[in-house]
Design a protein around this ligand. Structure first.
Ligand code: ATP
Ligand code: MG
Ligand code: MG
Ligand code: MG
Length: 470
C-alpha cells in the first residue's frame, strides 16, 4: 500500500500526530551540548534532556524522523542487507506521559492496520523478566505467544551509563527461508538477514545510579526507533537497503559513472553498496557542518570519503566522482531535508576538494600497500608493520582504519602500537619545531587551535566554535 520511502516517512509522522504527538524536524547530526557522542545515532539522542527533565519539551508527545550516523556499523555496510552508516530513524516519544499500554498497541496498529504487514510474518522480543510487556502483547494486542521471544540485556535492555534506562520490546519481520543463514539455531535475534529487526520500543522506566541500583522513575518515558530505510526495504520487498527506491537512484548514478551494473559480481556489488552508503553519510555530515580533519567527526568524514574513493578504484574509476554522486543524494533528499538544497554548492565543492586531494596520492599509496602486502604474505608474515602504516597515513593520506581494512582483506593485522608511537613522536616533533620558530612566527597558530572543540557550521558567513567566531 504505502511503499515509497518518502510516503512511509509521512504516513508514520501523521499517524503519531493523530495520536496527539507534535512533529519536530530532524535535529542536526552534530550533538548540541553533549560531549558524550560524536554524531547523533538515534532519534532519542538529541532529546536526552527532555527525558531527564533538565529541559521541558515543547509537548509531552513528540514524533520525529531523525538523520542518524552509526560508524560502529561500518564493517556491516555492504555486507548485511540491513546496515548503513547513514539511515533515518522514525520515532514516537513520551516524556512522562503515556507508557506501555499505549506504545505497544499503537506500534501494532501501525504495523498491521496502517501498513497492513502480514501478522504471521511479525515477531516480537521482550526483555527476560518483562512480564508486563508480555501480558500486553498477549492480552491487549492478541498476538500468538509463540511469536514472542525473550532476549537478554544485550538486545533488550537500554542503558547508557547512568540515568533513564529500561527494557525494550522489538518488532521483527520474517523475510523468509531464502534469507536464512541455514544454521539450526537460526531464529529471531540471529545475525543473518532473515528476521529483520525494524522497530525498537524502549520503556525507560528506571533511573539507574550507575552502581547497579535501578529505582523506578515516577514518570516513565517511551522512546521508540524504527529504521525508515529498513521499513522501506521490507515494504518494497527488495533484497537490501540500497535497493530502496530513493537509495537505488544513488546507486544507479554510480553505475552510470563506473559502467559497473548492480548484479555484475558479488564483489562489485559490495563496492556499489559501500559507495552509495558513504556518499549518503558524507553529504549529510557536510550539510550539517562537519569538516574533514584528522580527528573526531572530521576524521569520520575523511575516513568514509577515502574508503568510498578506494572502492571507486576497485571499480576501475580513476577520476574523482563522489562529488558528482553527491548531487543525486541531494536531489533525492531535498524534499525531506531542505538544508541539503540550500547548502548544495558548499557540499559539492567541499567534497570535490577533499576527493581531489586524496586522488593525488591514492594510486601511489595503493601500489605501496599492495607491494608491502605481497612481500609480507610471501614471507609468511601475519602483521603489517606500523612504520609502513604510518608512512601511508603521513605521506599518502591513508587513514589507519583504511590500511587496517586493506590488510585484513589479505588476512593481516596492523602493528597499531608501533603506529601510535610514531604518530605521537611526530606530534611531539611538530610541537618542538613550532616552539623553536619563535614568538613572531606563524608557529603558535596551530597550538592555539589544539583543544578547541570541533567547529559548528552555522551559515555561510560565520564559523562559530562555542562563542568564538573564527
Ligand atoms: P541491529 O541489531 O540490526 O544492528 P540495533 O538493535 O543496533 O539494530 P537499535 O539501536 O535498536 O538498532 O535502533 C532502532 C532501529 O534503527 C532498528 O530497529 C533499525 O530499524 C534501525 N537501525 C539501527 N541501526 C541501523 C543501521 N545501521 N542501518 C539502518 N537502520 C538501522
Ligand atoms: Mg546494531
Ligand atoms: Mg538489535
Ligand atoms: Mg535494537
Amino acid at each position: 500500500k504505502w511503499t515509497g520511502l518518502n510516503e512511509l516517512r509521512e504516513i508514520y509522522l501523521s499517524y503519531f500526530e493523530s495520536k496527539g504527538h507534535l512533529r519536530l524536524p530532524s535535529f542536526p547530526l552534530i550533538p548540541k551540548d553533549d560531549n558524550s557522542l560524536l554524531l547523533i545515532n538515534s532519534g532519542m539522542a538529541p532529546m536526552k534532556k527532555y527525558f531527564t527533565g533538565e529541559v521541558t519539551p515543547p509537548r509531552k508527545r513528540v514524533t520525529t524522523c531523525q538523520k542518524c550516523i552509526r560508524t560502529g556499523d561500518i564493517e556491516n555496510v555492504g555486507i548485511t542487507a540491513r546496515h548503513g552508516t547513514f539511515f533515518e530513524m522514525l520515532g514516537n516519544f513520551s516524556f512522562g506521559d503515556y507508557f506501555k499500554h499505549e506504545a505497544i498497541p499503537w506500534a501494532w496498529e501501525f504495523c498491521t492496520k496502517v501498513l497492513e504487514l502480514p501478522v504471521d510474518k511479525l515477531w516480537v522480543t521482550i526483555y527476560l523478566d518483562d512480564d508486563e510487556a508480555h501480558d500486553i502483547w498477549v492480552n491487549e494486542v492478541g498476538i500468538d505467544p509463540k511469536h514472542i521471544v525473550r532476549l537478554g540485556k544485550e538486545d533488550n535492555f537500554w542503558e547508557h551509563g547512568s540515568g533513564p534506562c529500561g527494557p525494550c520490546s522489538e518488532i521483527y519481520f520474517d523475510r523468509g527461508e531464502q534469507y536464512s543463514c541455514g544454521k539450526p539455531t537460526c531464529g529471531v535475534g540471529c545475525d543473518c538477514d532473515r528476521y529483520v529487526e525494524f522497530w525498537n520500543v524502549v520503556f525507560s522506566q528506571f533511573d539507574s545510579d550507575g552502581k547497579g541500583n535501578y529505582p523506578p522513575m515516577e514518570h516513565p518515558n517511551i522512546d521508540t526507533g524504527m529504521g525508515l530505510d529498513r521499513l522501506a526495504c521490507i515494504m518494497q520487498g527488495v533484497d537490501n537497503l540500497f535497493l530502496v527506491d530513493t537509495v537505488q537512484n544513488i546507486m544507479k548514478h554510480i553505475s552510470k559513472i563506473t559502467g559497473v551494473d548492480y548484479g555484475d559480481s558479488p564483489k562489485s556489488d559490495i563496492s556499489l553498496r559501500v559507495i552509495t552508503d558513504h556518499v549518503r553519510s558524507t553529504v549529510f555530515m557536510i550539510g550539517d557542518g562537519v569538516m574533514p580533519s584528522n580527528e573526531g567527526r572530521g576524521y569520520v568524514l575523511r575516513r568514509l570519503l577515502r574508503r568510498a574513493a578506494r572502492h571507486g578504484r576497485l571499480l576501475g574509476v580513476h577520476d574523482t566522482f563522489l562529488w558528482r554522486v553527491a548531487d543525486t543524494v541531494i536531489t533525492e533528499n531535498r524534499g525531506a531535508y531542505p538544508e541539503l538544497a540550500e547548502k548544495r554548492d558548499m557540499i559539492v565543492k567541499l567534497m570535490r576538494v577533499e576527493e581531489e586531494s586524496f586522488s593525488k596520492t591514492v594510486d601511489q599509496g595503493l601500489s605501496l600497500v599492495n607491494g608491502y602486502l605481497d612481500d609480507t604474505v610471501k614471507a609468511g608474515g601475519k602483521v603489517f608493520s606500523g612504520a609502513e602504516a604510518f608512512l601511508l597515513s603521513d605521506t599518502y593520506g591513508f587513514p589507519i582504519d583504511l590500511t587496517k581494512e586493506i590488510a585484513a582483506e589479505r588476512g593481516l593485522s596492523v602493528d597499531e602500537e608501533e603506529f601510535a608511537r610514531l604518530m605521537k613522536e611526530q606530534k611531539e616533533r611538530a610541537r618542538a619545531a613550532r616552539k623553536n620558530a619563535g614568538a613572531d612566527a606563524w608557529a603558535g597558530e596551530n597550538d592555539q587551535l589544539e583543544g578547541i572543540p570541533e567547529t559548528d557550521f552555522v551559515g555561510y558567513g560565520t564559523m562559530k566554535t562555542e562563542g568564538r567566531v573564527l
